[in-house]
Write a protein that binds this ligand. Structure first.
Ligand code: SAH
Length: 255
């Protein structure tokens, strides 16, 4: 049996209880060493074999899993954050399905949630925006043209941009092309929830200069939009004394 497990954004106590128990029971752990905090491996039992997938191909990962299955071992495939976001898990799940290897998925706290917590930020502010766009600049993995940063920028929603810290001048250009003002609030969150976490509040225009100043080159998220400023919002209806909800009678209800 294979468990694909979300490791969370970095801090070792931000993996789920289920994820930690799966690590503790695993005979084999294959972890994404480029981003997963290796301290999480301390939850493993003695005798557990550990492999870093950063040095491996998909074929090598699958071969390891297959060998473990033949010996009736339990494997944990540990991915950073939540595995459903830029996790490259579909290709692994397809290969396992083909080989009739049983697997399941344990979710994790994605780094975009870790970044919001680092900034004590709410992405969805009433009257500012009610949407979060998770995207990336095209890199070695292409992004379909209809999903260009410029086209998303037109929505003026909160944007969380993964995998793009090395392309900040291009990112700024795309954001402005799409309709963001150069002085739109933005933030860079480096290694959210790790000891080395760094947060920088800047603007769309100053993204590259800010990252350079802080020497941030990778493992960061870029947040963009008026929500980053965390002001100019309306208070929620949910907790407004005037409004009735399913659980509470309001003072101003006319029905
Ligand atoms: N599945 C992961 C994302 C993997 S893609 C998740 O849910 O978070 C790898 C990218 O995620 C990195 O290039 C970086 O942009 C971002 N990332 C991962 N961990 C991060 C962290 N702790 N802080 C900031 N960005 C992080």
């Amino acid at each position: 049996m294979v468990h694909i497990v979300g490791a969370g954004p970095g801090a070792t106590d931000l993996i789920t209880v289920r994820g930690r128990e799966l690590i503790n029971r695993a005979d084999v752990i294959i972890y994404a060493g480029s981003l997963v905090n290796p301290a999480l491996l301390e939850y493993r039992k003695s005798g557990c074999q550990v492999y870093d997938s950063a040095k491996m191909t998909l074929e090598e990962v699958i071969a390891l899993i297959e060998a473990a299955e033949q010996e009736k071992k339990t494997t944990v495939r540990l991915h950073t954050g939540d595995p459903s976001i830029y996790g490259a898990i579909r290709e692994q799940m397809d290969a396992m399905e083909k080989k009739k290897i049983p697997f399941d998925v344990c979710p994790g706290v994605s780094s975009f949630c870790g970044a919001a917590s680092a900034l004590r930020m709410e992405y969805t502010l009433p009257n500012v925006t009610q949407s979060v766009i998770i995207t990336r600049m095209a890199g070695r993995t292409p992004v379909p043209e209809r999903e260009s940063i410029a086209s998303f920028a037109a929505h003026q929603a909160t944007m969380v941009i993964f995998l793009s810290t090395g392309m900040l001048n291009e990112l700024t250009e795309e954001l402005i092309k799409g309709g963001y003002r150069p002085d739109t609030p933005a933030a860079i969150v480096y290694k959210a929830t790790w000891e080395e976490e760094k947060t920088v509040i800047c603007t769309v225009e100053s993204l590259n200069a800010s990252a350079k100043r802080e020497n941030i080159k990778k493992t960061a998220l870029i947040l963009v939009g008026n929500a980053v400023a965390q002001n100019g919002y309306e208070r929620s209806r949910l907790y407004d004394p005037v409004f009735t909800t399913e659980y509470r009678k309001g003072t101003g209800d006319k029905e």
